[in-house]
Design a protein around this ligand. Structure first.
Ligand SMILES: [Mg+2]
Length: 271
């Protein structure tokens, strides 16, 4: 770590994975160029297994972000080391205790609800559904809360039943404390309502330009949140600059953008 080390705790879909391939490649190169100055944490609603393709450079032309130091997946319910993928025991124990192995109980509770459809995700500490915002009875959310769980609606299609008190934001705060990073600047970034708890931590935030209206309505009054006009990775870059965290680090030029390509492809890529 360096004296100006900061933590970027970012959502994936729509945020760190937002933007066309060329723009993402350029941003990832820039981010990697920060070296030890930036500690990267993925904070995602994806199941852990669905984050793994982002860690593996083997095959495919998709640009990959730098490898994160930690991964908070499944909306805060799994917290693992970014290198070994081993769970961070004290944090994972906190989630498991709050959940109480409730998967079967939650599925039984909601089995007869016609307005929701189960998602096929391998997630040990949450149960997830699709819902239609035009036809969603509030009573379902009330039923989930009455049973002792948190109900999170996001992206106008995802319903997640979570252990009470567990979400992206609380998981991040515990991880920062566990990792001894609490004294470094931390910035969070996201685009949907499942990122709301990140902004509610009070940490400096970046809402990328493609953020959903529900999130913007919930956070625009918060101090230290930058509402970027730019989508995806460009929004993160814009927000880091707005928070003063990457002064003096130039954006890579177009030659650098295509430096990974064989020479004969660079001309075509640049034209
Ligand atoms: Mg997202």
């Amino acid at each position: 770590m360096t004296p100006d080390t900061f933590v970027l705790a970012t959502d994936l879909d729509g945020t760190l994975l937002g933007g066309d391939a060329a723009t993402r490649r350029r941003f990832y190169q820039w981010l990697a160029g920060l070296g030890e100055r930036c500690i990267l944490i993925f904070v995602t609603g994806r199941a852990l297994a669905d984050t793994l393709p982002l860690l593996d450079a083997a095959g495919g032309d998709e640009p990959l972000p730098p490898r994160p130091r930690w991964i908070i997946s499944d909306i805060g319910t799994r917290i693992v080391d970014g290198d070994t993928l081993a769970p961070i025991a004290p944090l994972q124990d906190w989630v498991a205790a709050a959940w109480g192995d409730a998967g079967a109980r939650v599925r039984a509770l909601l089995a007869d609800e016609p307005a929701i459809a189960p998602q096929a995700v391998d997630a040990p500490y949450r149960v997830s559904y699709f819902f239609d915002p035009a036809d969603f009875p509030r009573r379902i959310a009330d039923k989930i809360a009455a049973a002792g769980f948190d109900c999170l609606l996001s992206h106008e299609m995802y319903l997640d039943v979570l252990p009470r008190g567990v979400a992206k934001g609380p998981a991040l705060l515990r991880l920062l404390e566990y990792a001894g990073l609490a004294e470094h600047p931390v910035v969070v970034a996201g685009d949907t309502l499942n990122d709301l708890s990140l902004f509610q931590t009070g940490l400096p935030g970046i809402a990328v330009g493609n953020a959903e209206d529900g999130l913007l309505d919930a956070i625009r009054h918060l101090p230290r949140v930058h509402l970027s006009a730019h989508p995806g990775v460009l929004g993160i870059h814009d927000g880091l600059r707005a928070h003063g965290l990457c002064d003096g680090v130039p954006w890579p030029d177009r030659d650098a953008e295509h430096a990974h390509l064989p020479l004969e492809h660079r001309h075509a890529a640049a034209s």
